[in-house]
Design a protein around this ligand. Structure first.
Ligand code: ZN
Length: 331
């Protein structure tokens, strides 16, 4: 069986778990039939059958062996260019793009509370519709008008850290309002006492007032020595991320930016492990992968002042039939 080597067999036998039906979430299912090195299961609630891999990032991947090695390059070497990966694995550019997105999409959203002392950094990227066919590069007309520095066109990424854990999220495009903070990073800082931040952000100031915590503007107020070292390291880490996105990848579409934020923080914390049990068993990956365009549309229309235009045309039949919690999606 050319699609199965030892790594893949081990993955099916030892790593992939079946706890609920990926279609309806029910815990009532039975073994249905043998399937290669594993079983096909049948749900007693919805009657549908599934494999341990259904819904995960490896779902519908034909070249599983290459996919496994591809994931390990992403884990050990970081983001290499699409063309490098195409050559390395003898795959088409679209395949390489899809594989990367499926892998980074299986990292769950991090809503953990970060503790009393948190440091934050605001990274801004140009709003990008890269990859959308039939749209003029929105930045070319903006550039002509000299508006490129206008905040209105900036994708706002907030990174947070408590020195042990890193979180990075796309908050909105344009001005950051209170509701954007509440929708994205509120859980991470809801009980925080001191938040040091590198920019004055209106929505964040409002949130701090509401939750009664100290918001320390690190551009104005000097920190003690220990905190200062941490602040400087954290700033360079964020700038490294910015360089990675802007130079190596020549910009990422805003649509995919939250995924790269997630990848960035897990890679730098040395926690990106695509075949760890808690990652590969995220059965929402396929649903999210196929619904990204829809979620992006909702994000743009509901939470930004940008126009939504020229949707990508790719469609998958089964998108809406999977069981998933939308809150896990990183917008
Ligand atoms: Zn079911």
């Amino acid at each position: 069986m050319k699609h199965f080597n030892k790594n893949i067999i081990d993955l099916y036998r030892k790593v992939l778990q079946v706890k609920t039906c990926p279609w309806c979430g029910s815990e009532h299912f039975i073994k249905h039939a043998k399937y290669h090195y594993t079983y096909r299961y049948k749900c007693k609630s919805c009657n549908r059958t599934f494999l341990p891999s259904t819904g995960t990032c490896i779902h519908y991947i034909h070249k599983k062996v290459q996919f496994y090695d591809y994931a390990n390059v992403l884990k050990n070497e970081g983001l290499l260019s699409l063309s490098t990966m195409c050559k390395k694995f003898d795959i088409a550019p679209l395949t390489s793009f899809d594989w990367r997105h499926k892998l980074i999409m299986s990292i769950p959203r991090n809503d953990k509370f970060l503790g009393n002392e948190v440091i934050g950094y605001n990274l801004q990227f140009n709003f990008s519709r890269k990859g959308r066919k039939g749209i003029l590069n929105p930045l070319s007309s903006i550039k002509a008008k000299g508006l490129l520095t206008d905040e209105k066109y900036k994708s706002q990424v907030f990174s947070l850290s408590n020195s042990k854990e890193l979180v990075s999220k796309l908050v909105t495009v344009g001005e950051v309002k209170l509701q954007d903070i509440e929708r994205t990073i509120a859980k991470n800082i809801c009980l925080t006492k001191n938040l040091s931040f590198n920019q004055e952000i209106h929505g964040l100031t409002e949130f701090a007032k509401k939750k009664r915590f100290n918001l320390i503007d690190t551009t104005k107020k000097s920190l003690d020595n220990k905190k200062n070292i941490f602040k400087n390291n954290f700033s360079s880490l964020n700038l490294e991320f910015k360089v990675l996105i802007n130079k190596i990848k020549k910009g990422v579409a805003t649509k995919y930016l939250p995924l790269y934020c997630n990848y960035f923080v897990t890679f730098y914390s040395k926690k990106f492990s695509p075949f760890a049990k808690k990652i590969i068993n995220q059965k929402f990956t396929w649903a999210f992968y196929t619904l990204t365009e829809q979620f992006y549309k909702e994000f743009i229309l509901n939470y930004t002042e940008m126009n939504y235009a020229k949707p990508t045309k790719r469609k998958w039949k089964t998108s809406n039939k999977y069981y998933f919690k939308k809150e896990m999606f990183p917008y």
